[in-house]
Design a protein around this ligand. Structure first.
Ligand code: NAD
Ligand code: IPM
Ligand code: MN
Length: 338
C-alpha cells in the first residue's frame, strides 16, 4: 500500500526546494502517492484563504505533509503566514524537532509549536496600542517536555530547558514543570538556562548541549541562530509532530531575495523529507540513505551559493537535488547487492 503525502510548496523558494525534495523521495523507490495543494500566498493569489478548506482536509487525512515556505512582501504582514499557523493548529503538531549538526555540535531543539505567544488570546491592535498574550498550560508544557526527555534517551541524555524564569510567570511554570517531569527520567540530566545567556552560550560552546526544550517563540529565534553553526539556514530541516499526521518543513522561510532563480539550497527541504520517512513512514533505512546522499553531495563540493566558498562555483537548486537523488539511487543499489 502506498503512503499518501501532501506537498505544500507555498511561496518564494518553497516550490523550488519542494520539487527537489519530491525528486529525492521518488529516488527512494518507496511506494508514495504525492498530491500538491495550495497554502499561504499562493492560496491567497488564487482567491482562496491562506489555508483553504480542501488543503486542510487533505492534510488531516494524509500520512504526512511536506511544506516549503509561506509568506513574502507581496502580502500584508502575517496574511500568508496565518495559513501555516492554522495548519499547525489543525494538525495539533505541538512538538517541533529541529536537529542541528555542525562539527562537534550535535543539537536537537524541541520547540513548543501550538501554544505560547503565537496562539494566546486575547490579541488585538488599535492605532495606539496592541496586545499579544503569552499563555502556557502545565498540560501543554508537560507533553512537550516528554518529547524532549524521550529524545534525549536516544542521544546524550542531557536536556537543557530554556526559559525566562527571572521575569516571566509562564517561564516559572515551565521551570517547575520541567523539574517535575525530569524526576521521571532519572537517567537524563536536566539543566535550566535563561534564554538571553543561552543565546550566547549556544554560539560559544554549542557542543555542550544536547536536547534543548523551549517555548514557541524562544525556539523560533534560537533555531535561526543555531543555523549559523551549520553554515546556512538552507540546511536545516524540521519535523512537527503531534498525535496525527506530521508536518515536515525546512526551518527557513520563503527567501524572497533569492526566489525563482535556482539559488535556494534544497538540503533543508530534502532533509525534512528524510525526517518524514523516519518519523511518519517508519522507513529508517530510506531516511538514512537520503541523509547520507546529502552529506556525500556536500562533501563532493556540490553546493548552492550560500555554502560555496567565495570565488568558487555554486551549483543550482536543481543540480544539488539531481545529485542527491542520483546518490540515493546508488546507495540503494549498493544495499541491494549486499
Ligand atoms: P528567510 O528564512 O526566508 O530568509 C533569511 C535569509 O536566509 C535570506 O537572506 C535568504 O536568502 C536566506 N535563505 C533562506 N532560505 C534559504 C535557502 N533555502 N537557501 C539559501 N538561502 C536561504 O527569512 P525572512 O527573509 O525573514 O522571511 C521571508 C518570508 O518567509 C517572511 O514572509 C516570513 O514570514 C516567511 N517565513 C516562513 C517560514 C515558513 O514558511 N516556515 C519560515 C520563516 C520565515
Ligand atoms: C518558522 C517560521 C514561522 C514561525 C512563521 C512563518 C509563522 O518563522 O517556522 O520558523 O514563526 O513559526
Ligand atoms: Mn522561524
Amino acid at each position: 500500500m502506498s503512503a499518501r503525502i501532501v506537498l505544500l510548496p507555498g511561496d518564494g523558494v518553497g516550490p523550488e526546494v519542494v520539487a527537489e525534495a519530491e525528486r529525492c523521495l521518488a529516488a527512494t523507490g518507496l511506494p508514495l502517492e504525492c498530491v500538491t495543494a495550495p497554502i499561504g500566498g499562493a492560496a491567497l493569489e488564487a482567491g482562496l484563504p491562506a489555508l483553504p478548506d480542501a488543503t486542510r482536509r487533505l492534510c488531516l487525512s494524509a500520512d504526512a505533509v511536506l511544506l516549503g515556505a509561506v509568506g513574502g512582501p507581496a502580502w500584508p504582514a502575517g496574511a500568508a503566514e496565518a495559513g501555516l499557523l492554522q495548519l499547525r493548529q489543525a494538525l495539533a503538531v505541538y512538538a517541533n524537532l529541529r536537529p542541528i549538526r555542525a562539527g562537534a555540535a550535535d543539537l536537537l531543539i524541541v520547540r513548543e509549536l501550538t501554544g505560547g505567544l503565537y496562539f494566546g488570546q486575547p490579541r488585538w491592535r488599535t492605532d495606539d496600542e496592541a496586545v499579544d498574550t503569552l499563555r502556557d498550560t502545565r498540560r501543554e508544557i508537560e507533553r512537550l517536555l516528554h518529547v524532549g526527555f524521550n529524545a534525549a534517551r536516544g542521544r546524550r541524555r542531557l536536556v537543557t530547558s530554556v526559559d525566562k524564569a527571572n521575569v516571566l510567570e509562564t517561564s516559572r511554570l515551565w521551570r517547575a514543570t520541567a523539574d517535575a517531569v525530569a524526576a521521571g527520567y532519572p537517567d537524563v540530566v536536566c539543566q535550566h538556562a535563561l534564554v538571553d545567556s543561552f543565546a550566547m552560550a549556544l554560539m560559544q560552546r554549542p557542543e555542550a548541549f544536547d536536547v534543548v526544550v523551549t517555548e514557541n517563540m524562544f525556539g523560533d529565534i534560537l533555531s535561526d541562530e543555531a543555523a549559523v553553526l551549520a553554515g546556512s539556514i538552507g540546511l536545516l530541516p524540521s519535523a512537527s509532530l503531534g498525535d496525527g499526521p506530521g508536518l515536515f518543513e525546512p526551518v527557513h522561510g520563503s527567501a524572497p531575495d533569492i526566489a525563482g532563480r535556482g539559488l535556494a539550497n534544497p538540503c533543508g527541504a530534502i532533509l525534512s523529507a528524510a525526517m518524514l520517512l523516519r518519523h511518519a513512514l517508519r522507513a529508517p533505512e530510506a531516511a538514512a540513505a537520503m541523509e547520507d546522499a546529502v552529506a556525500q553531495t556536500l562533501a563532493a563540493g556540490t553546493a548552492t551559493r550560500d555554502l560555496a566558498p567565495a570565488g568558487g562555483t555554486a551549483a543550482s537548486t536543481q543540480e544539488v537535488g539531481r545529485e542527491v537523488a542520483a546518490r540515493i539511487r546508488t546507495i540503494r543499489e549498493e544495499g541491494n547487492r549486499r
